[in-house]
Design a binder for this molecule. Sequence first.
Ligand code: GLV
Length: 404
Amino acid sequence: MMRTLRSVLRLRPIEFDATARRLSKAASVADLRRIARRRLPRGVFDYIDGGAEDEVSLGRNVAGFSRLEFRPRVLRDVGAVDTSTTLLGRHLAFPLVLAPTGFTRIADPQGELSVARAGARAGIPYALSTLSTRSIEEVRAVSDGRLWFQVYTWRDRGLVEEMVNRAAAAGYEAIVLTVDTAVLGRRERDVRRGFTLPPKIGPGTIVDGLVHPGWTWGFVRAEPIAFSNVTGKSVGDGTDAISLAQYVNDQFDPSLSWRDVEWLRSVWHGPIVLKGIQTVEDARLSVEHGVEAIALSNHGGRQLDGAPSMIELLPDVAAAVSGETEIILDGGVRRGSDIVKALSLGADAAMAGRAYLYGLGAGGEVGVDHVLGLLATDVRRVMALIGAGSVGELSPELVRRRDA
Ligand code: GLV
């Protein structure tokens, strides 16, 4: 009797570490999102999770992937799947770049340091945001991995040039110029909540703080959050609570144009990635301006609502510019199968922001490791299941649109 009972009863070993316990139950990015939603104050979660206006573009980025199905090939000997590839001429353990995200320390006090360390461990590049809450140099100090630096064009170009020079001095390998943010999109969740950066801990948020004690304790104990790259500059370093829309619309230059790409080329001598390309025409112009890579991106649906789904745009862009510039697919990436679909349709790599922020909010740095582990093993498994032994074997014949 006892023997029978023992043979059917397999108790999991008890996990005493609360974070490990939480993460052990997260089988997907969607699970991590649910955990992050529980742990983060609502305003913080909504800033990360939300998109512009009706969030149509946000939804379409994700839905575009589910409209695609695989055409799996079998009997192809997938005994040794190799997920590695190259991007900007350098090695990538699997085809993903960690997207620049502003104000990362609102998800966890370590913020960008955690993301950089996790990216280096996973063997993939991290693009640090110009609106980061750890500086170019602080992030480099904790990571010997591949780092890119993302810039917006402040009205004060001297400031941009100074940051680009700092990135060069710190050994960042590429500059990502975000071109979809002439003005800030209207994120209505933030408007409704009166959300500011940094989040205000005042009478209005005390209750929220009490129901999210882990986050609140970390936030009030850590040094104050600020835009670390512009500390002490006249542009405002984010130490006073501001609405992001007001800051961006005051400080960023809406006259940004192709001339600025040429200007960037004159002050930066490494690869340039244009992030925020959303049409075939602009992809072509990027090639004409000689940029090394483009990131097809609608800023995670946070800028123009009604922008196209990036995965749906990809085949036309790949047909137009493949081989002339590298293509990174950003927007809606929540699973390894999304990454595999993007590469099959002509991307050289995918890019994701929210996916790792959910991990960071759910479990700090080990939460980011957890996400990257999930995505890397997903990619390997999906490649095996569709009969692709290497990234070079991913091709459009492996995917089709369900409604086509
Ligand atoms: C910043 O770039 C944001 O999208 O909030």
